[in-house]
Design a protein around this ligand. Structure first.
Ligand SMILES: C[S@@+](CC[C@H](N)C(=O)[O-])C[C@H]1O[C@@H](n2cnc3c(N)ncnc32)[C@H](O)[C@@H]1O
Length: 280
């Protein structure tokens, strides 16, 4: 079904302001399918009627439902493998040395979706328990989508979902069967805290992190929004901390706050730290 260009323009500018999603006209086909159920839920006869309500006076729940209907929550356990390998080998070794007095690590998983990414981080930490004995590790998982965060917090996955990226020995060790599939064991769930956070809004209250995973969300933003988010992530990352982006994401030509870590695909370092290291 085609969409009136004015309706498209209204919803596109609403989504850009609310979540950063840069919707191009070739994605207009997505809108009707995703917004029709929201229109029905809010008693609107059509998507156009729903969109007409998206002005300042619209109820917060209606706005949130429209935003959540348009988020893409695609994810999987140990997605792309390499970042988790780099974390286990290169990053963890460096942090174990650099934080040996403090003996604590804080990891932010931004845009955590249904939880496979933060639970992968928790399992990685659990697998390295011997190296981390006596250390305090906190994994904070945030997302803008409240419905997906509830799913993440429950930690229940279908057979199909656990077959995507989760090695069978880890499934047996860290999950138990439950109605509907597999539930992450309490020891894994207790390692992750979930919180709603929109990356477009200030998030300095989350504190400073040693590692930030912010993967496969910047791809949905335009360049100024990517820059805005990356620069604020830099403020929340320890000067000698580590940022992981998705395989299709980069900082090049977007911001000078970060630079790629040579030889480590998807890993970025704060430029300030690189400068200091060169000068020292
Ligand atoms: C494709 S998933 C990526 C999940 C995971 N990071 C991965 O790489 O597998 C993108 C997630 O970003 C979230 N998201 C979109 N815009 C956001 C924003 N402005 N602030 C926080 N999360 C956002 C969506 O709700 C969705 O769960």
């Amino acid at each position: 079904m085609t969409m009136d260009p004015n309706v498209f323009a209204t919803v596109a500018s609403f989504l850009k302001a609310q979540s950063g999603l840069a919707l191009t006209p070739d994605k207009a086909y997505l809108l009707n399918g995703r917004l029709q159920p929201v229109a029905e839920q809010h008693g609107c006869k059509s998507v156009a009627e729903l969109v007409a309500k998206l002005n300042g006076a619209a109820p917060a729940q209606l706005k949130q439902d429209v935003v959540e209907a348009m988020t893409t929550n695609e994810t999987s356990f140990f997605r792309d493998t390499t970042p988790f390998e780099i974390l286990k080998t290169h990053v963890l070794s460096q942090l174990l040395e650099r934080r040996k007095v403090r003996r604590s690590l804080r990891i932010l998983c931004a845009a955590a979706s249904s939880g496979q990414e933060p639970y992968s981080l928790a399992m990685l930490m659990a697998e390295n328990a011997a190296r981390l004995a006596g250390w305090k590790t906190q994994i904070l998982a945030v997302d803008l989508d409240t419905k997906i965060l509830k799913r993440a917090e429950a930690g229940i996955y279908t057979q199909f979902e656990v077959q995507r990226g989760l090695p069978v020995q880890m499934l047996m060790k860290y999950f138990e069967q439950c109605p509907g599939g597999w539930k992450a064991k309490p020891e894994i769930r207790s390692m992750v805290q979930f919180q709603r956070c929109n990356l477009l809004e200030p998030f300095s209250h989350l504190g400073e992190f040693d590692v930030i995973f912010c993967r496969n969300v910047l791809i949905y933003f335009d360049t100024p929004t990517k820059r805005h988010v990356l620069d604020r992530l830099a403020n929340q990352l320890a000067p000698d901390g580590f940022l992981f982006l998705g395989g299709a994401e980069t900082v090049l030509d977007i911001t000078t706050s970060f630079a790629p870590s040579a030889g480590h695909r998807g890993l970025y370092l704060r430029t300030e730290a690189l400068r200091d290291r060169k000068a020292g």
